[in-house]
Design a protein around this ligand. Structure first.
Ligand SMILES: [Zn+2]
Length: 630
């Protein structure tokens, strides 16, 4: 391809390099990457591999060198995401009963089950609800300690619109995590859940185990059993059938919880799910005088195919095409590579990387910085493009300006040259791939045209992309890239002056909460007691490790300066095991539990540090919003 300057009427003496970029070539990349054919580029899917091949072909055609591992364009890594069913491990057996109950036919583990085996006495515990304010308590006069509980799904009088709780809209007591928490606090070991006979009596569907839902773990092993299995158990224990038991419960609303005199062996049959992923890397060498490198990056993964609750409470599979997020930045990286290749040689090397696994928690960029393909010390700066396709009246956001002492002036001058209005801010911790580099003291600049209605929705499509606007952004990014690649030294990394908000960048739970709300089957309850992300009133002042691992607890990646966590003595690397009397299994539990507190509340936090457990007293501070937090 020839240099596009004349064709696009750019004035070669000005530095407005937007003229190097052709909006229709740019948009063609997005049309392909965000097409249904690629299935939303979910990490681990077939569609994202086709996106990776496309990017590599583009890099090759432009004349980049392959800069992945072993002379390839790719840097593969493994993503541990959620769980999957392990049928060979699954076991549900009751002593004295010879029923050959099969996983995925007669019972199924819930995706949010704890993946541990249990055995013990079996008991019936009604709906497994303890709702003191409604005078309903399945745990009254009943000791659940050490037992596996058979419970009904939903709540009593569920289909009665007049019910004081339940009714047509399930209350928070119907949520699985609430039932798990109540049971765990009562000392129960596991839950068997059955669909109540009055709910959809003609069909008895087992809960769908899916990867998406398996990313969080509640307090107990818990499985869903068919009514047939439940009836067989009740019969063996000498109880009435499930329908009769439910009728009695709903009428009397008094605890019918009792031991069943049976012993159960339960292995929910769940194992960690592992998926292959890869970053795509292309290099354009500088003039050969140095190995110093500037990185230009964008994530090319998106959310894939998922259930969508956008329009209705009935989830439908939808393709999340992610045209703006982040085919727009991926196309930008490709076209920046072309512009650099077509321009005069720069002093430093430029490494172009498109990352996978960003939507799952910056996994691709974290992998790159932990196993860099070039020495990290050679990387002088990183430019990140994440959602640059919606330039509108709101000025372009450029974040990370506080990460190098030279950036405020450099960016201001370049933006003036380009005639682009921008709002600059810090935001080194922001939820995209530049954060992985900033953590290693690499100065970063992050370009972003702003959040919109279609953000993380199936409607984020190519026809809403402002391609001429994006080429304006690319013009500015290119100007800054050239500037950075030609510097003799620097830019100089600057420590952060502003404290980051602890929860900033945690985006998975927001989507998970949507799902949680739908979990009780139906719309979320119209009560402010239902935890929601917006209701977060306090912060601890940490950056959690967003990747997580198989172990219980949530690892603190960074304790923020001046935050209440620091005052309480929390340290980087601590594993938070408990907050108050709630066990913290993962980041989702952490979010749910924090939502219960108000600023000024004091709470004991148990952390594991170097093999020992410590209890620290934290006075929680108010969560505050910062620029860029949207
Ligand atoms: Zn993104």
């Amino acid at each position: 391809l020839v240099l596009l300057v004349p064709a696009w009427g750019g004035n070669p003496t000005s530095r407005n390099t937007a003229a190097y970029f052709n909006p229709s070539i740019y948009l063609d990349h997005i049309k392909y990457l965000a097409s249904d054919e690629l299935g939303g580029r979910g990490t681990g899917s077939e569609g994202i591999d086709r996106a990776a091949d496309y990017i590599a072909e583009q890099f090759k055609a432009i004349g980049c060198e392959p800069a992945g591992v072993d002379g390839t364009w790719f840097q593969p890594f493994e993503v541990k995401l959620g769980k999957k069913i392990a049928p060979d491990q699954a076991r549900l057996e009751i002593e004295g009963m010879a029923a050959p109950w099969q996983v995925e036919r007669d019972w199924i583990p819930f995706p949010f089950s704890v993946p541990e085996s249990v055995e013990g006495p079996l008991a019936f515990a009604g709906y497994g609800i303890k709702a003191e304010r409604y005078d309903y308590d399945d745990y009254a006069d009943f000791d659940a300690e050490g037992k596996v509980l058979l419970i009904l799904r939903y709540e009593p009088k569920d289909e009665d619109p007049q019910a004081d709780f339940g009714g047509e809209t399930p209350s928070r007591y119907a949520f699985f995590y609430q039932k798990a928490r109540t049971a765990a606090k009562a000392g129960a070991k596991a839950l068997l859940v059955v669909n109540p006979p009055n709910r959809a009596p003609e069909k008895d569907e087992l809960y769908a185990f899916d990867l998406f839902g398996s990313q969080q773990t509640y307090d107990l092993p818990m499985v869903h059993i068919t009514r047939e299995v439940a009836d067989a158990i009740l019969k063996k224990a000498g109880m009435s059938d499930l329908r009769t038991v439910q009728q009695q419960l709903d009428e009397k609303r008094a605890s019918m919880s009792r031991d069943l005199g049976l012993t159960i062996h339960l292995n929910p049959g769940i194992e960690p799910n592992r998926m292959p992923a890869k970053n795509v890397l292309g290099l354009i060498r500088g003039d050969g005088s140095t190995e110093e490198t500037v990185v230009v990056g964008a994530h090319y993964d998106h959310l894939g195919i998922r259930p969508s609750w956008t329009q209705t409470s009935e989830p439908k599979d939808a393709i999340y095409n992610g045209a703006d997020d982040n085919a727009s930045g991926t196309a930008g990286v490709i076209e920046l590579a072309r512009a650099v290749k077509n321009g005069p040689p720069l002093r430093r090397n430029v490494l172009f990387i498109t990352f996978s696994g960003e939507e799952l928690g910056l996994l691709g960029s974290q992998h790159f910085v932990s196993e860099p393909t070039i020495p990290l010390t050679d990387i002088r700066a990183m430019i990140n493009l994440d959602m640059i396709g919606r330039l509108s009246k709101t000025p372009l956001a450029i974040m990370g300006i506080d990460t190098a002492t030279e950036f405020p002036d450099l960016v201001k001058t370049a933006a003036e040259r380009a005639g682009i209005e921008y709002r600059g801010s810090g935001g080194r911790f922001g939820g995209s791939d530049h954060a992985s580099f900033a953590r290693h003291e690499v100065p970063v600049l992050f370009f972003f045209t702003g959040i919109h209605k279609q953000y993380h929705q199936p409607e984020d499509d190519w026809d809403l992309i402002n391609a001429p606007g994006a080429t304006q952004v690319l013009g500015l990014a290119h100007d800054l890239l050239v500037e950075l690649a030609d510097l003799e030294s620097g830019p100089t990394f600057a420590e952060s002056k502003e404290p980051a908000s602890a929860e900033h960048g945690v985006k998975r739970p927001a989507i998970e909460e949507e799902r949680q709300a739908a979990e009780g089957e139906g719309a979320p309850p119209p009560t402010d007691e239902q935890p929601s992300r917006r209701a977060m009133r306090v912060r601890l002042g940490i950056i959690p490790d967003m990747v997580g691992d198989d172990q219980p607890g949530m690892v603190v990646q960074t304790v923020l300066d001046g935050a209440c966590a620091q005052a309480a003595g929390l340290k980087d690397g601590d594993r938070i095991m408990k907050i108050g009397d709630d066990t913290i299994r993962d980041i989702y539990a952490y979010m749910r539990v924090l939502q219960q507190f108000r600023p000024g509340d004091e709470v004991d936090i148990v952390v594991a540090r170097e093999g020992k457990e410590l209890t620290l007293k934290v006075k929680l501070e108010a969560a505050k919003r910062r620029p860029g937090d949207d």
